[in-house]
Design a protein around this ligand. Structure first.
Ligand code: HEM
Length: 156
């Protein structure tokens, strides 16, 4: 039952991140709302991964392996870039955030801009989320097999 929730949450996150990377796919208004909706989903994703986070943090100090180190660094960078993309997204928001705060949206120009940060961190998220999926590929395929009952004829 737990695996089912984890799997569908992760699958939804994967789909929503793909949609978020291509703004014209949803339009900007939906992009902003989806971008905000993804935040609580990520929090749940992290809470469900808490055992890993806790044990690998301990393992990093006690018995570091190269795979463990790389994976840990990757996940840390992914967390940082998702935080950056959401933070900058909120600051450049043209619809969703102004609608909630009642303030006028900032103009999307200027020399230094959060728009630049948003674009760059979105690129990073795309790359790192891809690596994250690759790192957890064995788990993902095994979970997909179980839940979607692929290859059930093989098991029987
Ligand atoms: C959570 C993950 C998010 C990802 C992966 C993401 C990704 C992207 C990407 C790839 C673009 C297109 C950049 C370009 O034009 O080259 C973009 C634009 C934009 N995003 Fe996001 N975004 C996210 C969250 C948000 C949030 C939460 C908001 C606001 C509430 C937001 C507001 C915007 C705005 C206003 C633009 C247009 C900026 C422009 O025209 O340059 N985004 N986003």
């Amino acid at each position: 039952v737990r695996l089912k929730y984890v799997f569908w949450l992760d699958a939804s996150l994967l789909f929503l991140f793909c949609a978020l990377e291509v703004v014209p796919f949803t339009g900007l208004l939906l992009h902003e709302w989806v971008g905000l909706a993804v935040v609580p989903m990520i929090v749940v994703h992290l809470l469900l991964s808490w055992t890993w986070i806790a044990s690998s943090t301990r393992g990093l100090v006690r018995s570091p392996s190269w795979r463990g180190r790389v994976n840990y660094l990757l996940n840390l960078l992914l967390f940082a870039s998702v935080t950056a993309v959401v933070y900058s997204g909120i600051l450049i928001s043209q619809d969703a955030v102004p609608a909630m705060t009642g303030k006028t949206a900032i103009r999307l120009d200027g020399i230094f801009s959060w728009r630049y940060v948003h674009n760059r961190s979105a690129n990073l998220v795309l790359f790192l989320a891809g690596m994250h999926l690759a790192m957890n590929w064995t788990w993902s395929v095994a979970a997909a097999r179980k839940i979607l009952a692929f290859g059930s004829e093989i098991r029987r």
